[in-house]
Design a protein around this ligand. Structure first.
Ligand code: 5GP
Ligand code: MN
Length: 336
């Protein structure tokens, strides 16, 4: 869907715009939000970007980072901006459940709603729709939106680097099946427009703390469980690991991919206990749809080969539930 002309008509005069993205923002969530933010400012609108909660340090380099409003920290001001907004952008999510504590305020806005997202089964019915589940990243949809709207020349170095970060991470550094030739052409264009790919990649991937690297060694040696019969590998990370290794938000990101990199493994997971909340991430290769699995058993969703969810059980009970269900579901997939 692309309601470019309708949005263009609506944005003829300056508007109060709020950009929102999902909880625990990743590089695509933040990069697409800030890329769009910079673009809309250039068009002369009043723009605010609100995120439901904090994000990892390795995303703080993004141009515009100091402008981002954290809903958890500035609820009152954010609620006011949301209630006064004339246009609300929903980026990289398509159900208000994904913005956690902001849900109520976002659902009750009088603003028109624009949806820019690539997740399956959208729940939001927007006034302006830019949803496309074939897109590799929301940043790709923002690139298309900007180019259709004003032409590629309007993309400066700041916008190019924000969008590049989103595309690089959501494609797993251009390795996932979503990495089309169009993605490469778009990235080539972002480089021509000023994106320093080596800088962005170093800022995102090569800023490990020693604690994080030691934790990685510990997780690989002690926490990785492999069920060869089901071709499943997973990590279970408890609160004590966070304390022992002084882990920070984002330090477990990417860990699940090590489980999926084992020869023969088709489904990988990580189960994380953090501040009395159990969060699960799933990855798969090929046919097994982890978004359906997450949706059915762990109140989650996402993409066919990358999804997430949560659990209200204890860590041990969650692991047991996961092991039993994944074994059965994988069996079903093979019988089909
Ligand atoms: P990650 O494992 O990196 O947190 O998320 C992988 C994918 O699953 C992302 O596309 C993300 O949007 C989606 N996802 C992660 N957690 C949840 C969740 O709790 N609910 C839903 N609906 N999607 C999730
Ligand atoms: Mn995304």
């Amino acid at each position: 869907m692309k309601d470019t002309q309708a949005l263009k008509d609506f944005l003829q005069s300056p508007k109060k715009i709020v950009i929102t993205t999902h909880a625990n923002p990743d590089a695509d969530a933040l990069g697409s939000s800030l890329g769009l933010h910079h673009f809309l400012i250039r068009l002369g609108h009043e723009v605010n970007t609100i995120v439901p909660n904090s994000y990892p340090d390795f995303l703080e380099w993004m141009p515009g980072n100091p402008l981002v409003i954290n809903y958890e920290k500035s609820k009152e001001a954010a609620d006011k901006l949301l209630s006064e907004a004339e246009l609300l952008f929903c980026l990289d999510y398509s159900g208000f459940g994904r913005i956690k504590n902001m849900k109520e305020a976002a659902e009750s806005v009088t603003a028109k709603v624009a949806l820019v997202d690539h997740h399956l089964n959208p729940e939001i019915t927007p006034d302006f729709n830019f949803w496309n589940d074939k897109s590799a990243a929301t940043a790709e949809l923002i690139y298309d939106l900007i180019v259709d709207f004003s032409g590629r020349e309007v993309i400066d170095k700041n916008i190019a680097e924000c969008l590049y970060a989103g595309i690089m991470t959501d494609t797993g550094s251009f390795k996932h099946p979503s990495t089309t030739s169009k993605v490469h052409r778009m990235v080539a264009d972002l480089i021509d427009l000023g994106a320093d790919v080596n800088k962005v990649s170093r800022l995102i991937y090569d800023t490990n703390s020693l604690d994080r690297l030691r934790f990685l060694g510990h997780a690989l040696a002690e926490k990785l469980k492999v069920d060869e019969a089901s071709r499943v590998a997973y990590f279970v990370i408890g609160e004590e690991d966070f304390q022992d290794f002084r882990l920070k938000q984002g330090d477990t990101e990417g860990l699940v991919n090590y489980a999926l990199s084992i020869k023969g493994i088709v489904v990988a997971a990580i189960i994380i206990e953090r501040e009395n909340e159990i969060k699960l991430s799933f990855r798969s290769i090929g046919d097994f749809a982890v978004n359906k699995f997450a949706e059915e058993y762990f109140s989650g969703g996402g993409h066919k080969n990358a999804s997430g969810g949560m659990s209200e059980l204890s860590l041990g009970e969650t692991e047991k539930k996961f092991k039993e269900l994944i074994g059965k579901d994988i069996l079903k997939t093979r019988i089909k």
